[in-house]
Design a protein around this ligand. Structure first.
Ligand code: ADP
Ligand code: MG
Length: 701
């Protein structure tokens, strides 16, 4: 829609100009009118009421007071000079403190005059004060905006420096809104708005910036959130429908020798959840359509076996299968583990990683190209150009969030036929997020652990208790168990992290002396050979303790390990803590996870640690994580290459609305798959325009 007013460049808005335009684009990504209009306040301030100074308590948020300046004075000297104004309202007195712009503010504040003071009270020397509040003479306070409820926009230092304060920003929004009044095109069909009781777009955009009252604000936000979620789902569901129509899948009708051999040689029965998921997969691979399935299951829930049984179905029907893992350790472990379950006479298996020797590598390439290899495990080495399959029928991707979208999609182009796709993750993703991240995939969940697992006992201890932790480790090791000790590794503080790990390693080897105790150490700075050597020491049971960074955590299976000690646990996210904890508790013995932290914890860190101590349920933790941190930080969101860029909706808090929007999208597309009916013309057009803005989800699988 060229010429549409919302597409006008922001520099053309009166009061902006080229300089501010540059600043707005650089700091907030605001390029055109639409961008400014869709930059919503992140917080609202209720100025409909004045508080009394006597009412102020520790819970007081942003509030406004009305009263008189009693006195103004300077305190401190040099750089520490500050301005203190004593302000009273008849119920008490409070100090207003200014560190910056002292001169200018001093001129503005006149003792004896009435002011409105607005800010957040803080505590200093056991008394409340206001640091840098907004102060306006009562006489001019009317200019503060029309509504009692005002929005606060997020700002940056550079914006402030460039003269774009919250007040300026608010003024720009107001100017823009009057400029575009009557010219904003509605984006949802009338019939749909009525059905969902959504207010018109133009009103919503006005009220979200300048709400006349709380009810109007709520309606405005609901309308804008709904639209955002709805179009996202419409786009996902449409792709899903197209894929279902287009992608014919290979058929695996037979359950044959390979499958049955493994089934009868299992040392334990499958769990109900494993059976349920296998049935879902069975239905997919006999449907004639290509399978695109996400399998979620907590650490240790037995996803590998599901992958193997799926692969065996491919093999029994004359197709090849591959299972790709993010690390060499994992791929090797999968490979070594399979010989417990298969008949090597009937199923020819190979392992392909970056370390596979050239001669062997060549043989594997040949075997895959001529079809003599039935099943291949591997790492990224599987997606190199040289790898070609004779007839790849199934591709499994383990720990899928560790792979980029692009890497994954390359796997499906390795064969003439479109293979069935099974992606697996041990990072439980809350339903709402899964619906969005993987909105075009079918989702299976293993929600049951194999029997006999005892819950892992999680405790939180201070760093000063290290000796006690060592004593406890010793007790477990003397009873024949093994122990993980993990240190965080964060890019920004990499150097210090390695120092911590080294220090920790020395400390441990000091306490756990060789040859009575063997301690292995694994981190990213070692040569691959050293890493593999130490890893092996631990996996084979020769080492009692494994000291490592967190980067190697995924998927390693050492059933004899019973203790996981996590240093600086406050620096990890919930999902990662849970992943790490999942490394123990795999055998039958009682297992422990010890979270060590410093004394001073932020409120969020404490919440996370408490959460970890209170539940072993990965899904519960994932939901909590999403609520606490939002989807942007969610593990897997960033790596997967899917930026979920929502302006106003919140996947954590708006999940009922998301479900409603998704089912609305389903209903509309079921009736009108190509959005051809005239009443859906608006939807079709808007969806088309969204392309390019929204990530192309169709590439995921
Ligand atoms: P994950 O889902 O984390 O990949 P794995 O597939 O590695 O879990 O399984 C964890 C452990 O549980 C393995 O040692 C595996 O042999 C075992 N296991 C898998 N399924 C069952 C089952 N049905 N009963 C008992 N143990 C099982
Ligand atoms: Mg696994």
């Amino acid at each position: 829609m060229s010429g549409y007013i919302l597409d006008s460049e922001i520099k053309f808005l009166p009061g902006v100009g080229p300089k501010r335009a540059q600043l707005l684009e650089k700091e907030l990504g605001i390029r055109v009118f639409r961008d400014l209009l869709y930059t919503f306040p992140f917080r609202y301030v209720d100025r409909s009421k004045f508080y009394a100074i006597s009412e102020i308590n520790s819970a007081s948020a942003y509030i406004q007071l009305r009263g008189t300046i009693q006195s103004v004075s300077l305190a401190g000297a040099g750089k520490a000079t500050r301005l203190i104004a004593v302000f009273g309202d008849g119920t008490g007195y409070i100090e207003l403190v200014f560190f910056k712009g002292v001169k200018w503010i001093q001129e503005k504040l006149k003792p004896g005059q009435e002011y409105i003071v607005f800010g957040k009270p803080s505590v200093f020397n056991d008394r409340y004060n206001f640091v840098h509040p907004e102060v306006e003479p009562v006489s001019s306070a009317a200019a503060f905006g029309r509504s009692a409820i005002t929005g606060v926009y997020s700002s940056t230092e550079k914006l402030q420096g460039g003269g774009i304060s919250n007040k300026t920003f608010t003024a720009l929004e107001q100017r823009l809104l009057s400029l575009v009044a009557g010219k904003i095109a509605e984006t949802l069909p009338e019939y749909f708005r009525q059905q969902k009781k959504l207010i018109p777009l133009e009103k919503a955009l006005h009220d979200v910036h300048f709400p006349p009252d709380m009810y109007a604000l709520e309606q405005a936000r609901r309308r804008l959130k709904y639209e955002e979620l709805f179009y996202l789902q419409l786009s996902l569901v449409k792709q899903k429908f197209i894929k279902m129509r287009d992608a014919t899948g290979v058929m695996f009708p037979r359950l044959g020798e390979a499958f049955n051999y493994t089934y009868t040689h299992l040392p334990f029965p499958l769990t109900g959840a494993q059976k349920k998921v296998l049935k879902e997969i069975r239905a997919d691979v006999t449907s004639g359509r290509q399978m695109n399935r996400l399998l979620q299951g907590d650490v240790g829930s037995g996803k590998t076996l599901v992958a193997i049984f799926s692969a065996l179905q491919a093999i029994d029907n004359g197709y090849q299968a591959c299972i790709m893992a993010p690390t060499e350790v994992l791929a090797t472990q999968h490979y070594n583990g399979i010989f417990r379950y298969i008949d090597p006479e009937k199923v020819k298996v190979a392992l392909l990683t970056g370390n596979t020797k050239i001669k062997e590598r060549r043989e594997i390439y040949e075997g895959l190209a001529d079809g003599t290899i039935n099943l291949v495990f591997g790492t990224h080495a599987l997606i190199e150009d040289k790898v070609q399959f004779a007839n790849l029928g199934l591709a499994v991707i383990d720990e899928q969030h560790r792979f980029g979208v692009d890497q994954r999609s390359r796997l499906w182009s390795k064969s003439d036929i479109a293979p069935h796709i099974l992606v697996m993750t041990a990072t439980p993703i809350p339903r709402t997020l899964a619906m969005t991240l993987y909105g075009d995939l079918d989702v299976s969940v293993i929600d049951e652990l194999p029997p006999g697992r005892k819950p892992i006992i999680t405790t939180h201890v201070g760093e000063n208790q290290r000796r006690k932790v060592y004593e406890f480790m010793k007790k477990e090791i003397d009873a024949g168990r093994q122990v993980f000790v993990v240190y965080p590794l964060i890019k920004e503080s990499e150097k210090m992290d390695y120092e911590n790990l080294e220090q920790g390693y020395m400390d441990i080897t000091e306490y756990f002396k060789q040859p009575d105790y063997i301690t292995a150490v694994v981190h990213g700075k070692q040569t691959p050979e050293n890493k593999a050597f130490d890893m092996n020491l631990f996996v084979s049971g020769k080492a009692d303790i494994l000291v490592s960074t967190s980067v190697i955590e995924v998927g390693v299976d050492v059933p004899n390990a019973s203790v996981m000690v996590i240093n600086s646990a406050e620096r990890f996210g919930l999902a990662q803590l849970h992943q790490l904890r999942g490394r123990v508790g795999r055998g039958v013995e009682k297992s422990y996870c010890i979270l060590m932290t410093g004394y001073k914890l932020s409120k969020e860190s404490r919440e996370r640690i408490d959460m970890m101590c209170s539940t072993n349920d990965g899904f519960e933790l994932a939901e909590a994580d999403l609520k606490m941190r939002g989807p942007g930080d969610f593990e897997g969101t960033r790596q997967s290459g899917l930026a979920i860029d929502l302006h106003i909706a919140d996947l954590g808090k708006d999940s009922p609305m998301l479900e409603d929007a998704r089912s609305a999208a389903f209903d509309i597309l079921t009736e009108d798959p190509l959005l051809e009916s005239p009443r859906n013309a608006l939807l079709a057009r808007n969806l088309n325009e969204m392309r390019g803005q929204v990530v192309d989800y169709s590439k995921i699988s």
